[in-house]
Ligand binder design. Structure first.
Ligand SMILES: [Ca+2]
Ligand SMILES: [Ca+2]
Ligand SMILES: [Ca+2]
Length: 630
């Protein structure tokens, strides 16, 4: 054969293969694998709702939803795997299941979509306030109320109570079962770690102590619209929200909008070309140079790496500048709130997501649920840094993020230093002195422990007495106090994840049950009662919830302050020293007049009198006192 003939026959062969491939693909009918969101309610502020249909062979598809109006031409990605379409739900639309059909010249496919009645607003979507006492629960590690879901994927080997990086069996039913315990402690709001479905496999990318781990903590979402099967079902979640609300306990969801889990299907097949910042093989790594985020003269490269880089180099970073991503995430947030009735959100990794997105997101949340509140995680000890992210003010970037609250990490560290390590207590008022940098310091969420830090009791120098003082401070200062599960029984754990140990009594076979007084040691019971006393005082005494914080006395190891309202004041005095102290301070700024008699309500019941505008109090070593004259 001549070279020309050889080339020609090769060309013909190539053409035949191409024709065969084209015909095969063309012959394939469309398929629908999922619809996000799977439901929406009538009379929503988001109408039409945008559906993201995931499937196969969706090229050139037409979409119909039984009884609902499609308002635009579907937008479909090149591979025919994702389709965006807007669906209008008439205000009087009949609730119930509707059939979605996708039709192409090769056939059609169907999936279900549900029109819901909006939940009654009474007792739902309540937000949180300084009147609340929040309690952080790591779902997997609190209580196992349903052993049947402990190992739902048996062949995957994700459940092992002896392995600190595996699932331990805690679940939503366990939280429901322990609501009376939380009520007894004085908790009025529970913040649950993320309940999104995480990957159903061992994580081979993030090795822990050189071994694979699981997503037991919930922060690696695989499906933004599903509940983790180790924790329960969507039905169980709604049951939990209802039961909590009946007990007077609000529910706060932990959400993640910065990234997905490492095995999310979007990594290999993104709905749009710009869905993620980078790809699995080519992306920036987050250098955590967070200071540049509030720097008007920031080095743009460093800023971009910090905003768009993959968290820990393995968590795919969502690109909220892509309007489809933004719309998807906003609807996702509204969906969780709308179908469960929850009251607040704790937003993970807030600072790595653009403020312009947050502005739109918070506005959308507020439009639909006006009383709702959001607390952002900005893990930093510097008030200059954290305060930058609070909403209520347009910043140098021209944006008001709309964020209500922040976890008060700048106050967390001084609390640990003073009350665990015994360092000077005046670091606390020195930090509070910077409150003016916040748009609203009263709504900050104060804490002495959380799931990302070692436990208070594992700090060098920590004692039960110190832990009591930390609780006395957090539960009487300004802000919304947040407790961490198990700190009320002095649980220990020096790092992450030993800080996430199982609550004793929450799991089958536990030797003792610390959810009951009989199952607690004498020391634990004493601490539990002390905290309960504090939450009771906070509930009974209005100044502790809404009073202005007035500093009255500050020395290296003593700190006294008042919470004052028009109707009265409560005085708190703390001696962090290892020896007794007597302190005298002026109380006229707290509107306490000479001759007024105050009663100590935290422990002793002793009385003190205001003389010459001053209060003189003696404090045993490492003790706190709360004086009430109401
Ligand atoms: Ca379980
Ligand atoms: Ca899962
Ligand atoms: Ca980011």
């Amino acid at each position: 054969m001549t070279q020309i003939m050889k080339n020609r026959s090769a060309l013909i062969r190539l053409f035949c293969v191409h024709l065969w491939l084209t015909l095969t693909v063309a012959a394939q009918a469309p398929e629908i694998l999922r619809v996000d969101p799977p439901s929406w309610w009538s009379r929503s502020t988001v109408n039409p709702v945008r559906l993201l249909i995931h499937g196969r062979n969706l090229q050139n598809a037409r979409v119909d939803v039984q009884g609902l109006r499609i308002v635009n031409t579907p937008k479909i990605n090149e591979r025919g795997t994702y389709l965006f379409v807007d669906v209008f739900i008439a205000p009087g639309a009949r609730p119930g299941e509707r059939s979605i059909s996708v039709t192409t010249p090769r056939g059609s496919a169907r999936a279900a979509f549900e029109v819901l009645v909006p939940l009654d607003r009474v007792g739902r979507f309540q937000g949180f306030s300084p009147a609340d006492v929040m309690y952080l629960i790591m779902i997997d590690r609190f209580a196992d109320g349903d052993p049947s879901n402990n190992d739902p994927l048996q062949s995957r080997g994700l459940y092992d109570r002896a392995n600190k990086f595996y699932y331990h069996g805690g679940d939503l039913q366990g939280v429901i079962d322990r609501l009376p315990y939380l009520k007894e402690l004085g908790v009025t709001a529970i913040w649950l770690t993320p309940w999104y479905d995480n990957y159903d496999r061992l994580n081979q990318i993030e090795l822990k102590e050189e071994k694979p781990s699981t997503g037991f903590h919930g922060y690696n979402p695989q499906d933004f619209y599903a509940v983790e099967e180790h924790f329960g079902t969507l039905g169980k979640l709604r049951e939990l929200a209802e039961a909590a609300h009946r007990s007077g306990i609000k529910v706060i969801q932990d959400q993640v909008m910065n990234h997905t889990g490492p095995y999310h299907p979007w990594v290999d097949d993104p709905p749009t070309l710009t869905w993620l910042n980078g790809t699995k093989s080519q992306h920036l790594k987050n250098p955590f140079q967070t200071w540049v985020l509030h720097d008007p003269r920031a080095n743009e490269t460093l800023k971009r790496e910090t905003m768009d880089g993959w968290f820990l180099d393995f968590l795919p970073d969502l690109n909220q500048h892509d309007p489809e991503v933004s719309r998807y995430l906003i609807q996702n947030t509204l969906w969780w709130i709308g179908i469960t009735g929850l009251d607040g959100i704790r937003m993970d990794t807030w600072q790595y997501v653009p403020n312009s997105f947050w502005r739109d997101w918070t506005a959308a949340v507020r439009r639909e649920f006006p009383k709702f509140k959001v607390v952002g995680e900005v893990k930093d000890g510097d008030v200059v840094h954290t305060s930058f992210f609070q909403g209520g003010r347009v910043r140098f970037d021209g944006v008001d993020s709309g964020l209500d609250s922040l976890l008060d990490f700048p106050l967390f560290y001084p609390v640990r230093h003073a009350f665990a390590e015994g360092k000077p207590v005046d670091e606390i008022p020195k930090t509070l002195a910077k409150d003016y940098l916040y748009t609203n310091s009263e709504i900050l969420v104060t804490l002495l422990g959380g799931h990302d830090d070692g436990r208070f009791m594992s700090e060098k120098g920590a004692t039960i007495n110190g832990l009591k003082l930390a609780n006395a401070f957090v539960l009487t200062t300004r802000g919304v106090p947040q407790l961490y599960y198990g700190d009320e029984i002095a649980m220990e754990g020096e790092d992450e994840p030993t800080t996430r140990r199982d609550f004793p009594g929450g799991f089958p076979g536990d030797k003792r049950n610390a959810f009951t007084a009989a199952g607690r040691t004498k020391e634990q019971q004493d601490l539990f009662e002390y905290i309960r006393r504090l939450t009771t005082l906070r509930r009974e005494l209005e100044p502790l919830r809404s009073g202005a914080l007035v500093n009255l006395y500050t020395s290296e190891q003593q700190y006294a302050y008042a919470r004052a309202t028009m109707s009265g004041a409560v005085v708190v005095a703390i001696n962090n020293d290892d020896k007794a102290a007597e302190i005298e301070f002026d109380v006229t700024r707290a509107s306490l007049k000479s001759g007024a008699s105050l009663t100590e309500r935290l422990g002793g019941g002793r009385k003190v009198m205001v003389r010459d505008g001053k209060l003189k109090v003696s404090l045993p070593k490492r003790s706190a006192a709360i004086f009430v004259g109401l």
